[in-house]
Design a protein around this ligand. Structure first.
Ligand code: GLP
Length: 255
């Protein structure tokens, strides 16, 4: 795992975007795994700007998003489908049918989860998966305690996650209690993973990610079992660089 520490959110977003743009340019038919949350918004803005200025095309790209709330339709402003359409897909040339977000309102959610996983496999897997990180170390919606060998599944959200995400809803009561998420194993099968983190609220999680051995109480630690992970953080998310790095972690400090 390579950790790159940069000055601020803008630099983090730009660095992450550069990796994705260069992959899309060298492999215009690649499959991307995408994430929601406030963290990747700046990266998506960079992709849109580059698409408009340099013409990088997404016509043949396929995307799979990590997760979706259960019980929200895709036109609900807090659904992740709505987020992706508005933050990215509507502003680039990707055909909508090549963009996949799990359906949080399927009649049979177990079947939806399995189909989603199968669709990823049918596309030959994900080349590059983008991730954020929850304050409690969740990736996608894989909360602490999730098995590292999990595949796409239904989860009950932690109260801490509902609280953190309630900032986007009118009240916490409106935050769904359940979600569908790619599993940790599904994520680990991506060829390359980029995790972004910005701001002091992520400092504890990033400290644990760097210093702890893999353990299921801290889902993001599973990424240490993958051999191609880049973590891009800003100074606030990693204030202390005098850390004892666990095996296999390198730190490049550009801040
Ligand atoms: C949500 C998403 C995660 C995301 C996390 C952090 O719960 N399911 O994929 O990484 O929150 O969000 P933010 O980037 O807004 O801090």
């Amino acid at each position: 795992m390579k950790v790159i520490r940069v000055n601020d959110y803008e630099t983090m977003s730009k660095k992450g975007a550069e990796i994705i743009i260069s992959l899309v340019q060298s492999n215009p038919e690649t499959t991307l795994g995408l994430a929601t949350g406030s963290t990747p918004i700046g990266l998506y803005e960079n992709l849109i700007q580059d698409h408009k200025e340099n013409g990088t095309s997404y016509k043949k790209i396929t995307t799979f998003n990590l997760d979706e709330y259960m019980g929200l339709d895709g036109d609900h402003p807090q659904s992740y489908r709505y987020f992706m359409d508005h933050q990215l897909f509507n502003h680039i040339d990707i055909p909508k049918e090549q963009t996949h977000v799990p359906n949080g309102n399927a009649a049979n959610m177990e079947e939806e989860a399995q189909n989603y996983d199968n669709q990823i496999k049918a596309h030959g897997g994900i080349q590059l998966q983008l991730l954020g990180i929850g304050n409690n170390g969740h990736i996608g919606f894989n909360e602490p305690g999730t098995a590292f060998d999990s595949r796409t599944h239904i989860v009950q959200l932690d109260e801490s996650t509902r609280k953190a995400n309630s900032r986007f809803f009118d009240s916490i009561d409106e935050v769904p209690t359940h979600a569908i998420t790619m599993g940790i194993q599904t994520i680990l099968e991506s060829k390359q993973i980029i995790l972004l983190a910005s701001g002091a609220s992520k400092a504890d999680a990033i400290h644990k990610l760097i210093t702890e051995e893999p353990n299921e109480d801290f889902p993001a630690s599973a990424l240490k079992q993958h051999d191609n992970v880049i973590v891009i953080v800003d100074k606030d998310a990693l204030p202390d660089t005098n850390l004892k790095l666990t095996d296999g972690i390198t730190l490049e400090d550009l801040a």
